[in-house]
Design a protein around this ligand. Structure first.
Ligand code: G3H
Ligand code: 13P
Ligand code: ZN
Length: 284
């Protein structure tokens, strides 16, 4: 299969009330793990490349690997730019073959976020690429701020309605209490806010910072309109833990394949569990 449209996947997920997993990919082994897990569960999947991934692996490598992965896969595979930062990069990704892009203007004042996001929507939609926008900010788990200060970064539902209407985005990433990276305590999601946002915007919602969020909270978020769930940290953690285990057991091992192979298998387990939780098999 060639790479498929992310918008189509999310539209189908919306129709059946599930979410599609978007898994961050930084290297060959993690990409293979994402595809193996999706095939084992017979589910569509979204591969996403972050700024860090593009810096680390290079845009050409990521795109070429994802294309090969999609061609060889028996399930639909989409390729998405995660947290795109500027217009030029978005255009480069579209030209490279990405099937959706995120433009993250969440650090900008509303009007500027709208302006930048709308500009991306115009070029992306002209070539059938869908766009994810972000409004409200995800504060890192490491940031030393109070609950009130954190909530000040949450997405305002009324502003979300304006943002979606003015930009024409296909999916919205709101801030409702999740954070990127490992959580210190238990994450506390604002489900009332999520519900209001969904009712006002009516388009698929995206949950960022989903690693470490309990399964019941993920299920509830999906029941309230989350259609794309982003996972990075849980994969990294499983992968590296397994590398450490192998290295501790075999300190003289010098064949990278004997270290990365088991790590890849561990990543498959992590991703399969997520795919089952999101219910994306229903999208096929
Ligand atoms: O959105 C955050 C992702 O976990 C990507 O992080 O830029 O370190 O690859 P990264
Ligand atoms: P986690 O690393 O917390 O899973 O977040 C991933 C993410 O939101 C990528 O955009
Ligand atoms: Zn994110």
């Amino acid at each position: 299969m060639s790479l498929v449209s992310t918008a189509e996947l999310l539209k189908k997920a919306d129709a059946v009330g599930c979410a599609v997993g978007a898994f961050n990919c930084n290297n060959l082994e993690i990409l293979q793990a994402i595809i193996s897990a999706a095939e084992a569960e017979q589910s569509p999947v979204i591969i996403q490349a972050s700024q860090g991934a593009i810096r680390y692996a290079g845009l050409e490598y990521i795109t070429a690997m994802a294309r090969v992965a999609a061609l060889s896969a028996s399930v639909p595979v989409a390729l998405h730019l995660d947290h795109g930062t500027d217009f030029k990069q978005v255009v480069e990704c579209i030209r490279a073959g990405f099937t959706s892009v995120m433009i993250d203007g969440s650090h900008l004042p509303l009007e500027e976020n709208i302006k930048l996001t709308r500009k991306v929507v115009e070029v992306a939609h002209a070539v059938g690429v869908s766009v994810e926008g972000e409004l409200g900010r995800l504060v890192g788990t490491e940031d030393e701020i109070s609950v009130d200060e954190r909530e000040a970064f949450f997405t305002d539902p009324q502003e979300a309605a304006v943002f979606v209407r003015e930009t024409g985005i296909d999916a919205l990433a709101p801030s409702i209490g999740t954070a990127h990276g490992r959580y210190r305590g238990k994450p506390k999601l604002d489900f009332d806010r999520l519900k209001q946002i969904r009712e006002l915007v009516g388009i698929p919602l995206v949950l960022h910072g989903s690693s470490g969020v309990p399964a019941e909270d993920i299920r509830k978020a999906i029941s309230l309109g989350v259609r794309k769930v982003n996972i990075d940290t849980d994969i990294r953690e499983g992968f590296v833990k397994e590398m450490r285990r192998v290295l501790a057991a075999e300190p003289d091992e010098i064949d990278p394949r004997k270290i990365l192979g088991p790590a890849r298998s561990k990543a498959v387990e992590v991703i399969r569990e997520k795919v089952r939780l999101f219910g994306s098999v229903k999208v096929l």
